[in-house]
Design a protein around this ligand. Structure first.
Ligand SMILES: [Zn+2]
Length: 277
């Protein structure tokens, strides 16, 4: 075994680590994390075997795939971006996607339940179409800009999951049940003033969420956060759920360049779940 030539040294978390000839800083970083037993973030775009990529992703995340054959038909770059987005958001925000399902539709790209992600595998098989339609939507200010269609669509869906997790935490505090969730969910979807009995579980959960949205409105000098979001990204003006999902997508994809309204919503609802924030 020949000794590898050291090009220079770098400091990672207080450790002096050599960079060998031909290595990038990212290689070194990953090698260091592995050496201390922290798994480095996988990059699924580096795979050249689609089946192996899906195997590794499902094993790493202990995920169930319903309709694996359909997923295998998806474009490989689209899948890699989908997987990378799921893994990075799961790790950073502690949400768990436990299964992926496949569906086909002419109108919907994707949707989520609390822990399942549903992908339109017909659309995810057509990279050009997915990217073009997302780009057009972003240009019409229907959605925030994103590096590509897969990252835009998937980060939006994961934004829903973060919000579900947040609602769950509040439900738990008040010992709320599925029925409570359904009632609050109706308000989050329909808006207006719900007629929950004062002091009921649903009322308490609603009050807590409502005061968070009011706080956001105050910061933005807005009368109605859903409308304010809708005047920035039309789809986000649908209801509270879409407002939060679009805010997350915007901040995830655009960081500091996200719209002000997205940053304020994100800071209040999503950021508290970010690890090491
Ligand atoms: Zn949505």
């Amino acid at each position: 075994m020949s000794e590898r030539e050291i090009e220079r040294w770098v400091t990672i978390r207080g450790h002096r680590v050599p960079i060998y000839k031909g290595e990038t800083e990212e290689d070194v970083h990953n090698r260091f994390l592995e050496s201390i037993g922290e798994s480095s973030k996988k990059d699924y775009s580096k795979y050249d075997d689609k089946k192996k990529m899906i195997d590794d992703f499902t094993q790493t995340n202990q995920m169930f795939i319903n309709g694996r054959g359909d997923l295998e038909k998806c474009n490989m770059r689209v899948l890699a971006d989908t997987f990378n987005t799921i893994e990075s958001v799961s790790n950073e925000y502690g949400v768990r996607v436990s299964d992926i399902h496949s569906f086909v539709s002419l109108t919907d790209n994707a949707y989520v339940s609390e822990s399942s992600l549903y992908l339109n595998t017909d659309l995810f098989s057509r990279e050009e179409l997915l990217n073009r339609s997302y780009r057009e939507d972003a240009a019409n200010r229907y959605h925030p800009k994103a590096p590509n269609g897969a990252i835009g669509v998937v980060s939006h869906e994961l934004g829903h999951m973060i919000f579900y997790k947040h609602i769950d935490n509040i439900l738990e505090k008040y010992d709320g049940t599925d029925t409570t969730f359904e009632k609050v969910h109706d308000w989050l979807t329909e808006g207006g003033t719900p007629d929950f009995a004062e002091g009921s579980k649903a009322y308490n959960v609603y009050k807590e969420l409502d005061s968070q949205f009011k706080k956001i409105e105050k910061k933005l000098n807005s009368k109605n956060i859903v409308e304010t979001m809708g005047s920035t990204y039309k789809y986000g003006g649908k209801n509270y759920h879409e407002t939060v999902a679009e805010a997350f997508c915007d901040v995830y994809c655009n960081g500091n360049n996200a719209a002000e309204v997205s940053k304020v919503v994100y800071d209040e609802i999503c950021k508290p779940y970010k690890k090491g924030k």
